[in-house]
Design a protein around this ligand. Sequence first.
Ligand code: ADP
Length: 477
Amino acid sequence: MYLSKILRPPGTLASRLTLWYAGIFTISALVAFGAFYLVISTVISKNTDQDLMADVQEYSSMLAAEGIDKVKAEMAWEALSDGQEHIFLRLLSMDGKELAATDMSAWKSIGTGSRALEKLRRGADYVLETLDLPEQEFKARTVYGSIGPNLVLQIGESLEEDAEFLELHRTVFIPLMAVMVIIAAIVGWLMARRALSGVEEVTKTAIEISKGALDKRVPFKARGDEIERLATTFNYMLDRINVLIKGMREMSDNIAHDLRSPLARIRGVAEMALTTSATEEEHKAMAGSMLEECDRLLGMINAMLDIAEAESVAGEVKLEEVDLVSLIQRACELFQAIAEENEVKVTARLPESCVVYGEARKFQRMVANLLDNALKFTPPEGTVTVSLKADNGQVVISVIDTGIGISEDDLPHIFKRFYRCDNSRAQQGTGLGLSLVKAIAGSLGGSVNATSHLGKGSTFTVTLPELPLSHQFQPSS
Ligand code: ADP
């Protein structure tokens, strides 16, 4: 809980990313500087130690070759040339007695190093110590080394130069790092802003849409990144919602329009029945016409409910065996009376048998709607043929007529709710029959399509998969 608060400080995503970026950069730079500083200081102190030990070695060789006086003279010269406040050289006996020394006034508090001498007595070649002397501003490093029998040379030097070198590194690096952290924070902020600008645009568009600007879209920048994909998906979703809203608006307009006329007619007849003095016969006729209008209204409402039900079918549907051959034969028989009245010949081209799994009621409604339309829109002397084929795992039901046909302009719209072609207005209808066929075909996992030639006839084809005993359906779109 506490850790997650630290990892997610309050503020915008851009400021959080900037903090993270600058934080990680600072930590990395500190670690890099720390490691660099450690390596440099180790190398410097190693070099100092090696110089000191090489010095002792030199004096040891000098003593062997040129004697003690030369050693003393060289010690004095070295202390003078390097500065007596920076370096001292001292000759000691193994038990700590001072035998000779350069000017020790800047090194007053230095002891004889009894512990170092003890180590030398035990056989160590060199003993190195770091000294913190009150009279010296900087720390000092000293070496003890045996250069002859019972003769120890001690050299001590101030670490001022080393300290200055390291101080220089610190004074250069710290401001440099501060500048780099500021630059990193600015760059991080700019990068985060740039990366998140797309999200901001999506948010802005969403706010405008929520205020009612339904036509607003996120501007397209062709950046090819995740944000662009988000924007494209968002725009696509808005398009879909717009289409749905438009569809719903159109549908409610159509419903209002189509319900208004029968209701107005019912009202008119009822008014007439109340206001005019009519005979019983006339009253009966008026009641009959009101019943007819009511039936029309009920038919329309039932068709809409059926479409809604077919479109919302989702999940497990229990199917039964349906003998399509006898189902189509029965439908043709039922429509025979109307066909004879219209002087239209109905024929069925059916295979010997075709049993599929499905819902018989749905098949009946599809065939009945298509036959009803074909008979309605086929003039006398015409023919209506119902054919059934089953192959390649598909069932194809076609209803072919030689009727008035549908124009190219109307054809793409006939499956929309309430759509009726102008040339068919003389016939009764609700404009919902084909929508129901489409919704049912979709609910059975199939489709319906139409081809037509104006004045020559139309063919409606329902294609359905031959279904297994139980099948998972998705609602049709
Ligand atoms: P309706 O109740 O008007 O028949 P449908 O949804 O069944 O409604 O049909 C929509 C429209 O498509 C019809 O009004 C008609 O204009 C046209 N249509 C449908 N079937 C045929 C057909 N077989 N021949 C010519 N036009 C047709």
